[in-house]
Design a protein around this ligand. Structure first.
Ligand SMILES: *[C@@H]1O[C@H](CO)[C@@H](O)[C@H](O)[C@H]1NC(C)=O
Ligand SMILES: *[C@@H]1O[C@H](CO)[C@@H](O)[C@H](O)[C@H]1NC(C)=O
Length: 343
């Protein structure tokens, strides 16, 4: 079955029912990112730094997972946080993870992402590599994709991972902008010959895609409980795209944004493009674009699965207080095991 719908009992409401804790966190996150975005397209990093709470790497296990930071290229501050489950296993899959934040915000050591990756590492279980890629607008397209792909090459060429990490069973995962990034890295990886590394699955959690057109979900789902709004995404795409040529406007129908649109890359011939899961929330303004992405994958002849969470907002799974967050993490575990056992 290609489409799976999770718990639709709350679907009939017109706005999501969220615990107070989640609503406060959403309001804070929106306020912080909105106030740090300047109208000239730059970001007040000094202000952000005060409010982006970081978690240090912890060599002593917490919830059965120890963490450390690994440098890939100091000249561009490219590094990743490594999550290693301590339970004995001689063959662990590897998940290369890309955090969300519109390509402009957050880091691999942001507290919420440290916590999410620890949950993946412990629950799947898997060795998780959470990539600290460069951010926009200081570093525009395609820096993020280059960084993501270079981490795969680094994992393939060095012995950075523990002995029991099996890079022939490698998954790419990410949410929001991180899922867009994971998709592009999967595409590049499927055109490249690694020594050992093999990408066998892609988990695109509420990917950040867009285009010139305004979809129904973009127009109808906005307001205080939503992280995504047209004003915010337009700003983020502008920060991401290379500046247009003289006399031209920014064009969101770029291949990286309108990924399944008329200028889409043709992936139908990429035999190595991995099996892909697309996760969609019923209260996410980006859902129309995400469904088109899923349909485009199917049209391109790819193995693809759509997981619907009808009562969920954008970024729901970073909030551990929502039961659907735990559901998604265990579903990802099932997907990882299924793909590994197919080989
Ligand atoms: C963006 O892609 C969609 C298909 O997903 C297409 O319908 C739309 O026309 C594209 N936008 C433009 C203006 O090309
Ligand atoms: C590594 O993972 C692949 C894919 O799941 C599997 O075929 C292979 O047997 C694993 N290798 C080891 C050494 O466990």
């Amino acid at each position: 079955m290609d489409t799976l719908v999770m718990d639709s009992t709350r679907k009939s409401q017109s706005s999501p029912s969220l615990p107070l804790k989640t609503r406060i966190a959403l309001a804070l996150l929106s306020t912080v990112t909105d106030t740090s975005r300047r109208s000239d397209g730059t970001i007040n990093r000094r202000l952000l730094k005060l409010l982006d709470f970081k978690a240090p790497a912890k060599p002593n296990p917490i919830n059965g997972v120890k963490t450390s930071d690994v440098t890939v290229d100091p000249s561009r501050n490219l590094w990743f946080r490594l999550f290693v489950p301590t339970q004995a296993s001689d063959d662990l899959p590897v998940i290369v993870f890309f955090h969300g934040g519109g390509f402009a915000f957050l880091n691999a050591d942001t507290m919420a992402y440290d916590a999410v990756c620890r949950r993946f590492a412990c629950k799947v279980p898997a060795v998780v590599v959470s990539v600290n890629y460069r951010l926009t607008p200081e570093h525009r397209f395609p820096s993020q994709y280059d960084d993501g792909f270079d981490v795969l090459k680094f994992l393939d060429e060095t012995k950075a991972l523990p002995e029991n990490a099996n890079i022939s069973g490698c998954f790419l995962a990410g949410d929001s902008a991180g899922a867009n990034l994971a998709h592009q890295v999967a595409k590049r990886a499927s055109e490249f010959k690694f020594r050992q590394l093999k990408v066998i699955g892609l988990v695109a959690i509420q990917p950040f895609f867009g285009g010139e057109e305004r979809t129904e979900s973009e127009k109808s789902l906005c307001g205080s409980q939503h992280l995504v709004s047209i004003e915010r995404t337009d700003w983020l795409w502008k920060a991401f795209l290379p500046p247009p040529e003289e006399g031209k406007e920014y064009d969101r129908d770029h291949e990286a944004i309108n990924v399944s649109g008329p200028r889409a890359a043709d992936i139908s011939g990429l035999a190595e493009f991995p099996a892909t899961v697309v996760v969609v929330g019923g209260f996410d303004a980006l859902q129309d674009w995400q469904r088109r992405y899923f349909e485009w994958l199917k049209r391109s002849g790819k193995e693809a699965y759509l997981w619907e969470y009808p009562s969920m907002i954008h970024a729901f799974y970073v909030f551990p207080e929502l039961p659907e967050s735990g559901q998604l993490i265990s579903q990802v575990g099932d997907f990882v095991h299924d793909q590994c056992s197919k080989l």
